[in-house]
Every structure is written in structure tokens, then in C-alpha cells.
Design a protein around this ligand. Structure first.
Ligand code: ADP
Ligand code: MG
Length: 693
């Protein structure tokens, strides 16, 4: 907020000294307006007094009465019990911690008001550690005319203190209201309140506020703030993209008819979806500005061939292309594929990885630098210091869903050669619903490969309680004896009593004992990259029949002979993650199976989740259901999607706002660029003040 006091440091508020300011900073609160954007987690109704006779277990209520009896009893420890009555009924206040002063205050005949949760107790209804106040004779018990906000993050700062600070911030806001940055027509049309109204309402709701809609985050005041926040992030991502669009890049075309020859050499025809996406890519590449395109395609939809086509446009135009994978193993897989496809077209390839021998690396570096290498395949090592490309024009990043906007930018910058920017193609197998993609990838154009190559057999999925593990083990034995390979996936690496996960190591020992005739391997996240790759390679070569793994195998590994996957504690994993895991099987000719083992009892949501996987193999359907099944507040991990951290918005809950956000962004950036800039500044702040974009 640009207006006056609201952008100043919190130390201008009464009672905020350096010590408290330090604590507030740890909570992400620096300026006065940060307090305003810290929305309450819930509200307490202290505006009305509930008669003691009307109390029911589970209610949170404001009550008052006269102390009938106060006594300290010993129940393993000292407990203070205070019985109060208001004529309509009685309740016991129970304190486990109390000072001598409290004990002296709460004596018979005194009037108190208190707020707390009502529970059944041995002496009838009680409140454990209620907030209470002593009342002077004749003093009215209720002091609040709005609902009382409860804030979620208060580590080291008491609720009362925080409420007081917010009150001061609200007073400053009323004195000089923040600029309204959303167009009036939009607010009117959507029935949205102004920023000031929304903030005031959310911090000080009237007694008749719709608490249910506020608890779910769908109240118009919350939605109005979420909308502006999503808009801010969207505009800032679009700006990045527009800026990049203005940079120069080499225009690429298929001058040597390499693409044609490549397609003719494949043992299959492209699917229609592959053709369409390839066309979108060639369109981007043909203009002298950098492509920034994301290709989403379900596991096995054939993204690699599409990437190869993009690379051929570069090579055919006499410039270099590079493809980068997140792990050595995946990079090696690409190396084999691309070698097989490109060598016969007379294309020269180079390999670059962290674990490479020095002499080999030297040769690769030389070929990359003098331009004799036309396609370079590797890991992150591609963009480390000392790697100089002769004329890099296209960067393909595979399975990129774990990276955020930051990494995307960093990679793009590293790929810069001379004046011009390389084109960028990003591929991910994590399908996310369209509205979510709009928020997460607003800096990219997106293409979707929404069709699998013909003849694929859907993986058959069943869910079983883990008490039937014995049968499943026998089934693994039979499958492996029939020449298939299998995965056994466990969620965590060490036994954690708290969560009761089945540990991979424990499962590994159990399976070795139960299946002595099988070659069994173990792979988990704590292993060094080299060791991991060694195990994966042995599995790929068939030396390992059963691979016990944590979720490290989630990403793109292609072992067509693996036809069976067991997933333990499936009830604890997200739908999209389960779908990714399952995508490791079903890559060969044989019918594949996936067994989801779960621990009983199964909650309602977990049950529906497993049912979704049983019923569909379509990643987009899975993603949509995933979105619907998650309760509000349970955020899609930012690690998984590269989404920014929001203060008010919740993408799961608010994804439906995105089409409107997109429209508004276009209108505002066109009609009033300064306004757009102010919106971005208000919400994404100066770099570093909040989690960056
Ligand atoms: P992903 O999209 O998961 O990266 P891949 O590119 O690894 O999928 O492709 C999976 C498999 O499908 C590969 O063996 C690939 O050769 C094959 N494939 C790709 N496109 C087609 C197609 N149009 N017809 C038949 N098989 C295809
Ligand atoms: Mg792939």
C-alpha cells in the first residue's frame, strides 16, 4: 500500500519495540500493512452471552456467573476447580496451571466472565483453562461488538497483543485508506467489496457474519483479497514472459528436412496430439523471439519424440540444442534414445554429466564449444561453469515439475549465448488442471499431449488392506517367476513411530526373507546419486527382479519389463503422486498391475482417492479429482508445482478465480499499466520481503 503510515515499519505502533519487532519479523510481518494481510484463522463469538443452562458439549461460548465454590484438589497434581452458576445452570472451570494470585481471586461470591470450549467432565460440563475476566459488581460481561479474530501464527506473540496491533493498523487504515487498485466496474460487476471494506470486515466481523463461509475461505471479502493476490502474481509472471518475448532469438526451420527424415525412420506414426504439439512448437521456433513453452503430457504419452523434433529444427538450422534431465539415469535414457534416433541421420551428439571421467568431459566440452556437437544431452552439469556453447539455440528441460519460476529463469539466463536468447521447451508429466496451470505457468505457453499412443493397455489397479500382504508377496513371486519385474514402493526411509510408515529398509528385509529365490534391490533417497543410478541400471538390465524403493522412482524411468507395482501405505500419498508412481508400469506389451496396500481403517477421503486410481488411468482426470478431494487449506505443495507462496489465496480453493484473473490482468495492463504495477508491488512486495514470486 503506497499510502502513508501503512507502508511504514511496525515500530511506529504503540508497544512495538525492537524485541517485539524481531519476533514479528520472524512471522513475516515487517510493515503495518503486513498485519492487515494477516487474516484470522477463525473467529470466536464473544458478542453474546450464552446461558449456562443452554451449554452443550463441543460449544465454544462466552458465559458468566458467580463463583459458588473454588477448591484445589490433588489428582496426581494440583488442580484448581471453580464452580460457577448463573441461575440457569452451572459449569466447572478446571485449571492445571495457576498462580497463587489466581487462586486467591477466584473465590466464592466473585463474578466472572469466561470464554472457552465446553466439555463433559466428571462433575458435569466444564471448561479447561478458559480465558476469564473478573467482573466488578454491576459490570456487564460482554465487551465486544464484533467477532474476535484468532490468528494462526503467533509464536512468541500473544493473541491479545496481536489483536491490539491489528486494531492500531485498522485505525491507521481508516485515517488514510489504501488506494483501491481494482477497477470500479470489476468490483461492481463481481459484487466485490473494496479493499478497505474487505480488510475491516475480516478483522472485525459483525456478530451476524456468515462464519461458515468465512471458515471455508469463500466469503466475498476473502475472495476479493485472494483475487487481487492471484492477479498480482499473474501479472508479474506475464510481465516476465512479455519481456522475454521481446528478446531476440534465432528463427529456426527445418532447412535440411531432418524432421521429415526422422519421422520416416520411426517405427510408429505420431499420435494426433503429438502432431498438434509439434506444430505449436515449430510455430514458436519460426519467429525470431524465444519460445517459452511447457508441454504437459501424461506418463507414456510420448513427450521425448516431440522434444526430438524440436531439437531437429535447431540442428537443421545449423545451431545447437541441449536436453537436460533431472537425474543421471534419465539423462542416460535420453542419451540412448537420441543416439539411436539421431546418429543414423548423421547428427553428432555429446554427453555431459557430473560423474563423467575427466578426459571424456574434456572432449565433450571441446565439442560443445567448437560447435561440432549438435545435440548435447546431460544433467544440470550442462549449465555449470566452464561449459561454453558455440551457438546454443534450444534448451529442452525434461520432467521439470519440481522446479519453480526461479529455476526456470536461472536456466534461461545460463543458456544465453551472445546477444540472443535460446528457445526453451519444458516438459512435465504432472498434469495439473487448466485453472491451476494458468496460475503456476503464466510465464509459459502451454501445450498438452492428451492422447496415449495406440495399443497401450491400461494398468489394472486394485486396493487391498495391508493385512493381506502375504498374498501380495506370493503374487510378486509368481510374476517374477514368469519373467516380469516388479516394484515395491514404500513412502519413508526410516521407521517413524509417529506416522507408522512402513519403512523401505524393513520391507526390504522382510521381502528378502520371504522371497529368497529372487534378486532383490533397494533404492532410496538417502543413497548417493551414483549408488542410486547403479541400482536402477541393474534393474533396467534385469539383474534385479524386485526393486524395493522409496518414492525416488517417481520420475520418468522407463523399464518396459516391469509389470507389477506394489505401493505400501498408499492411503498416505497424494493422488497425483500415486499416479506418477503407477506410470512406471504399463510400459511394455504385457498387462500390468498395480496393488495399492493400505492400512485400515481407511478415512472417507483416502477411500475416494484410492477409488479414483482404481477407476481411471487418465492423469488429467486424476489431477482434477485430486483438486476436488483436498479440503480447503490443504495446499498443493509448492515444491511440486513451483507455485508462489500466497498470503491469502489458496490455489486449490481459489483456482476457479483464474479465468477472471486472466481477463482482469489483460484489461488492467492495457488500460492502466501503472495500476497493474502497483498491484504487483502491493502483493509481491519488494524482493525478499515476502517469499519471492
Ligand atoms: P513420456 O511422455 O512419459 O516421456 P516417452 O517419450 O518416454 O513418454 O514415450 C513412451 C514410449 O512410447 C516410448 O517407448 C516411445 O518410443 C513410445 N512412443 C512415443 N510416441 C509413440 C507413438 N506415436 N506411437 C507408439 N509409440 C510411441
Ligand atoms: Mg519422459
Amino acid at each position: 500500500m503506497q499510502s502513508s503510515k501503512l507502508t511504514e515499519s511496525l515500530t511506529i505502533l504503540n508497544g512495538v519495540g525492537p524485541a517485539l519487532a524481531g519476533k514479528l519479523q520472524k512471522l513475516g510481518l515487517f510493515r503495518v500493512d503486513d498485519l492487515l494481510f494477516l487474516l484470522p484463522l477463525r473467529y470466536e463469538d464473544r458478542t453474546q452471552l450464552v446461558r449456562l443452562g443452554a451449554l452443550r458439549p463441543g460449544m465454544r461460548a462466552m458465559v458468566s456467573g458467580e463463583v459458588l465454590l473454588a477448591e484445589t484438589v490433588f489428582r496426581g497434581r494440583r488442580v484448581l476447580l471453580v464452580r460457577i452458576s448463573d441461575g440457569s445452570g452451572q459449569i466447572t472451570l478446571r485449571f492445571f496451571y495457576f498462580s497463587r494470585q489466581q487462586q486467591a481471586q477466584l473465590r466464592a461470591g466473585v463474578n466472572v466472565s469466561c470464554y472457552g470450549e465446553v466439555r463433559p467432565g466428571p462433575l458435569g460440563l466444564e471448561m479447561v483453562h478458559p480465558e476469564y475476566r473478573l467482573l466488578r459488581p454491576g459490570q456487564a460481561p460482554v465487551s465486544s461488538d464484533s467477532l474476535t479474530p484468532v490468528y494462526s501464527i503467533t509464536e512468541g506473540v500473544q493473541q491479545g497483543r496481536l489483536r491490539n496491533l491489528v486494531s492500531q493498523a485498522l485505525a491507521l487504515m481508516k485515517a488514510s485508506p489504501p488506494a483501491e487498485l481494482l477497477p470500479r466496474e470489476l468490483l461492481q460487476k463481481q459484487g466485490m467489496p473494496s479493499l478497505e471494506e474487505a480488510l475491516l470486515y475480516l478483522h472485525r466481523p459483525p456478530p451476524d457474519a456468515d462464519l461458515e463461509s468465512m471458515a471455508s475461505g469463500r466469503h466475498p471479502c476473502q475472495q476479493r483479497l485472494a483475487f487481487e493476490e492471484l492477479l498480482a502474481h499473474y501479472i508479474s509472471l506475464r510481465d516476465l514472459r512479455l519481456m522475454a518475448r521481446r528478446e531476440p532469438a534465432p528463427a529456426l526451420g527445418d532447412r535440411d528436412k531432418l524432421v521429415e527424415r526422422f519421422l520416416g525412420s520411426l517405427p510408429f506414426r505420431l499420435t494426433n496430439a503429438q502432431k498438434r504439439v509439434a506444430k505449436e512448437i515449430s510455430g514458436d521456433l519460426s519467429v525470431p523471439h524465444p519460445m517459452m513453452r511447457l508441454v504437459q503430457g501424461d506418463v507414456g504419452s510420448g513427450k521425448t519424440v516431440v522434444a526430438a523434433i524440436a531439437c531437429l529444427y535447431a540442428i537443421s538450422s545449423g545451431v545447437q540444442a541441449a536436453i537436460m534431465a533431472p537425474t543421471e539415469l534419465l539423462a542416460e535414457q535420453h542419451w540412448q534414445n537420441f543416439n539411436g534416433w539421431f546418429a543414423r541421420l548423421g547428427i553428432r551428439l555429446a554427453w555431459l554429466s557430473g560423474s563423467q571421467k575427466r578426459s571424456e568431459r574434456k572432449m565433450s566440452l571441446a565439442a560443445i564449444a567448437d560447435g561440432s556437437a549438435q545435440l548435447i544431452v546431460g544433467t544440470h552439469a550442462l549449465f555449470q561453469e566452464g561449459v561454453e556453447f558455440s551457438n546454443l539455440a534450444l534448451v529442452v528441460i525434461d520432467e521439470q515439475h519440481r522446479f519453480g519460476v526461479h529455476q526456470r529463469l536461472a536456466l534461461r539466463n545460463k543458456g544465453v549465448s551472445g546477444q540472443s536468447q535460446p528457445h526453451q521447451l519444458v516438459m512435465t508429466a504432472t498434469p495439473i488442471p487448466r485453472t491451476l496451470a494458468m496460475a503456476a505457468y503464466a510465464d509459459l505457453d502451454t501445450s498438452v499431449i492428451d492422447e496415449l499412443p495406440p495399443g497401450r493397455q491400461a494398468v489394472q489397479t486394485i486396493a487391498l488392506p495391508d493385512v493381506r500382504r502375504g498374498e501380495v508377496v506370493a503374487r510378486v513371486q509368481r510374476a517374477c517367476e514368469d519373467g516380469l519385474q516388479a516394484y515395491w514402493v514404500c513412502p519413508l526411509i526410516e521407521e517413524s513411530e509417529l506416522l507408522d510408515y512402513q519403512a523401505a529398509e524393513a520391507s526390504y528385509e522382510m521381502l528378502k526373507e520371504a522371497l529368497p529365490s529372487l534378486a532383490i534391490g533397494l533404492i532410496h533417497g538417502r543413497m548417493k546419486a551414483g549408488a542410486k543410478d547403479k541400482v536402477m541400471r541393474a534393474f533396467k538390465n534385469g539383474e534385479i527382479q524386485l526393486l524395493v524403493a522409496t518414492t525416488v522412482i517417481e520420475v520418468g524411468v522407463d523399464v518396459p519389463n516391469a509389470g507389477l507395482m506394489i505401493i505400501e501405505n498408499a492411503e498416505r500419498m497424494g493422488l497425483s503422486q500415486l499416479h506418477q508412481l503407477r506410470g512406471r508400469v504399463g510400459r511394455g506389451a504385457a498387462q500390468s498391475h498395480c496393488v495399492l496396500l493400505y492400512r485400515q481403517p481407511l478415512g472417507q477421503i483416502a477411500k475416494s482417492r484410492l477409488a479414483v486410481l482404481r477407476d481411471t488411468n487418465d492423469g488429467f482426470v486424476v489431477a482434477q479429482r485430486d483438486l476436488e478431494l483436498r479440503g480447503p487449506g490443504e495446499l498443493l505443495g509448492t515444491r511440486q508445482t513451483g507455485l508462489p507462496q500466497y498470503r491469502v489465496a489458496d490455489l486449490i480453493r481459489d483456482a476457479q478465480l483464474m479465468p477472471l484473473v486472466q481477463q482482469a490482468a489483460e484489461t488492467i495492463t492495457r488500460s492502466s499499466p501503472q495500476q497493474a504495477e502497483a498491484i504487483v508491488r502491493r502483493w509481491t512486495g519488494d524482493a525478499g520481503r515476502f517469499g519471492k514470486v
